[in-house]
Design a protein around this ligand. Structure first.
Ligand SMILES: C[S@@+](CC[C@H](N)C(=O)[O-])C[C@H]1O[C@@H](n2cnc3c(N)ncnc32)[C@H](O)[C@@H]1O
Length: 290
């Protein structure tokens, strides 16, 4: 990164970073260079256009250099920045949290009308998110529906600390409770909506995943057991006593799991009400009712 160290302007730092990432074979070098340079220099896209000759100090250049070095060896750009945007909101990450993915916005879009209608009709909508990670799903819903409240459950204490932080940063802490629980084990009460993006990769497939997922997302967030379906079986078997009358269950699934997951929930007495594709056209979200 010697070139960046010598280059003290905003545009120079960006070019050097982009060229370094391109040389290392990073997939979107210009985008990642921009995210890194902007973040560590505290500048915006507008600054890059309006003041390309803005001089960056030695400390900023050193931080950019360190970040570029991490990116060249495969660390995902949002892990380096420490946050990722989801549903237009900023979510801080930690080693214990999955990076929330754009595909999961499909799930939020699918359930949002139900959350709004329930909140209007009942005066509130109580949501339980199983395996909450950063809190991305329930916090996105709370940001859209003022009369909604949520419990975000996770078995990982580190994830819950991050989810609590995100709720606070987003001004949603008064309507969000982070709860340590092995699925339903410590959950009490009934909810209008149970939502989950559980770990759904078969154990044997984890080592074949893309390196940025396999090496940087926590395996606890990925591993769904022998066939990837264990969490769905638990949720299908135990959800009923936690659902309000007319309550629904919404799940993210792997691209090839629609038939299996629908079968698991049918056997437990649910019918598939809605199925949604993600932006790539893959099956991604299922909505069940009794
Ligand atoms: C695929 S990640 C989803 C994270 C977040 N909901 C999202 O969509 O970005 C699955 C989450 O389930 C949690 N998890 C794994 N096993 C669990 C269990 N037995 N009980 C509760 N949560 C669990 C993981 O810690 C992880 O946060």
């Amino acid at each position: 990164m010697a070139e960046t160290s010598k280059t003290a302007t905003l545009s120079g730092a960006f070019r050097a970073a982009r060229d370094r990432l391109a040389g290392a074979g990073v997939e979107n070098p210009a985008l990642d260079a921009r995210l890194i340079v902007e973040h560590f220099s505290g500048t915006t896209r507008k600054d890059a256009i309006l003041m390309p000759d803005h001089v960056l100090g030695a400390e900023v250049l050193a931080a950019i250099e360190a970040a570029i070095a991490r990116r060249t060896v495969g660390e995902p750009v949002h892990r380096i920045l420490g946050f990722r945007e989801f549903y237009g909101l900023k979510f801080y990450l930690s080693p214990e949290t999955l990076e929330p993915r754009p595909d999961t916005e499909t799930l939020v879009d699918m359930v949002l009308p139900f959350v709004r209608e329930t909140a209007e009709r009942e005066g509130e909508c109580r949501i339980l998110d199983l395996g909450t990670g950063t809190g991305a799903i329930p916090l996105a819903l709370l940001s859209q529906v003022e009369k909604a409240v949520a419990v975000g459950a996770d078995i990982s204490q580190g994830a819950l600390t991050t989810a609590r932080r995100n709720a606070g940063e987003l001004g949603l802490a008064s309507r969000f409770t982070a709860k340590k629980s092995d699925w339903f084990a410590k959950i009490s009460g009934r909810f209008h909506l149970i939502v989950s993006n559980p770990p759904y990769i078969a154990t044997k497939d984890i080592y074949g995943l893309e390196r940025d997922v396999r090496d940087f997302d926590p395996h606890l967030a990925l591993d769904g057991g022998d066939d990837g379906l264990d969490p769905y079986r638990i949720i299908a078997a135990e959800a009923a006593v936690h659902l309000e009358r007319g309550g629904k269950i919404a799940l993210e699934i792997g691209f090839d799991q629609r038939i299996d997951v629908t079968g698991i929930f049918r056997e437990a007495g649910y019918e598939l009400a809605v199925a949604r594709h993600d932006l790539a056209g893959n099956d991604r979200a299922l909505f069940f009712q009794r």
